[in-house]
Ligand binder design. Sequence first.
Ligand SMILES: [Zn+2]
Ligand SMILES: [Zn+2]
Length: 646
Amino acid sequence: MIKITLPDGSVKEFEKNATPMDVAKSISEGLARNVISANFNGTKVETVTPLTTDGSLTLYTWNDDEGKQAFWHSTSHIMAQALEELYPGVKLTIGPSIDNGFYYDVDLGEHSISEKDFSAIEAKMLEIARGKHDYKMRAVTKAEALDFYKKQGNEFKVELIENLEDGTITFCDHDTFTDLCRGGHIPNTGIVKAIKLLSVAGAYWRGDENKPQLTRIYGISFPKQKDLKEYLELLEEAKKRDHRKLGKELELFTFSQKVGQGLPLWLPKGAALRERLENFLKKAQKKAGYEQVVSPHIGQKELYVTSGHYAKYGEDSFQPIHTPKMDEEFLLKPMNCPHHCEIYNARPWSYKELPKRYAEFGTVYRYEQSGELHGLTRVRGFTQDDAHIFCTPDQLDEEFKNVIDLVLYVFGSLGFENFTAQVSLRDPENPDKYIGKDENWEKAENAILSAAKEKGLNYVIETGEAAFYGPKLDFMVKDALGRSWQLGTIQVDYNLPERFDLNYKGSDDKLHRPVMIHRAPFGSMERFIAILLEHTAGNFPLWLMPEQAIILSISEKYEKYAEKVLNLLENDEIRALVDNRNETIGKKIRDAEMKKIPYMLIVGEQEEKDGTISVRKHGEGDIGTISINEFSDLINSEINRTLKKF
Ligand SMILES: [Zn+2]
Ligand SMILES: [Zn+2]
């Protein structure tokens, strides 16, 4: 007999070789019907894998992320089989699940695939799925595995197998199809009821531009037709909100092939938006005791060797910049932290002067492969709303709480109400993996946990997920479409103070190492604005809107009055503009709606006579005729509702 521990802590006894499916059946018929994957002692297993030792078992259904991953990965096998049948000679490489669906990278040889071919592939896949074929794992020797793929002439799989240890290699069979695979499948193909191929793109073998180009086919699948329908509707809405599309329509930013890929150019309205966001944060930071610093865009190679960033980013980063005569080497700055360490190092500090909080909207550069670039979310140059706090270990607690307050203020002011936090702690079983004293780690971890608790955060603890240099807290926000984004990181660091030999004089008159906190509520201005665009569909909070109101004159007779209204609004610091074009009022309203300007102020004969404006709200319609003062009050109270005092 073996003892199986379930997630609720209960222990049940089973015959040796019982499977996760047997365990599910012993709990309930309903669970057995729905269980699609499992994890045994921290390793993915099949629902039919015989369990031979005592251990902890977690069962997953479609409602768990792990279940979805198994579901989508299993569908990639079905797609691979369909491709082999439809495109003889196709060479398969890898086919993982991703956040939303799966892909398979294939070498199509003579063939090519476009979106026109999707429906035929989907039909083939559904036909295979309906066969209810079991997924069966089997161990093979390295020689057998190599032989199998050499016969097919598939050099990609051969390369993968060459790098595997003999004795660890497994194949997965279903129907007539076999694939090299580590496992993690649903019980059978019949569970897959709805399939949609989403896109086709080029991808390099092993992500290396010097290696052969493959075709990547993306798809997604569901256990119910209804789930697919809902997903496609969401996708449609996401397309409308795509920040690249909205950025163009709202004239916020652009890209130029001449300037270079992944290097955004901010247009006046976008630059003003950024500036408003920066000022908003600067103001709050000033109140929270931060000081602004400025550092250059490049630094000597040595600086990044000291910080360890060269080892991390050096190879994949941009090429060094050599000075003409002395042949000094500089690098584009990948991180602001090393610069801030040297700012701290500019003079000695006493414990009485700490914490020091240095903030900078620092632009950093990192090389991303052209295939990885995406609008503003993956770029090669971006500006972090960075800050580094240097404090004593005893101050960590207080500093952490203050940073959380700031992050929550930022989220609240920008309409992100749905968020969770993740606390990443060290793995207590591998203390050697981490730098820094044991007692300091304990202090830091307790500081994070007590701050998260005190601030009432909805958080999960991930043991073993801390970086080697310190524990951290990450915020995940859910946008209006229910998609999760990582925003706002607070990270404790024991490593850089060591590498840069930072110190302060303690009350004992001896030198001590300060602790460093890295934090960035937005993360990067570029990525944040992209997320905000998609979250709000371009309807930013009123305080942030490039234009808050537009004055629409009914005809040219009222141009003067329109200008007068504009003047009065500007006196009240309301951002407005006038549309005096020789167009009908209907056309002017439609255009203003397109530009998502929150308020349209219509002026004609009656309004001029009474000194009023007729107000229309974006997406809502007429809200009545009021005086200009009343309108100013309306705007200010709306702003005060969202933009609370920090
Ligand atoms: Zn597989
Ligand atoms: Zn940093």
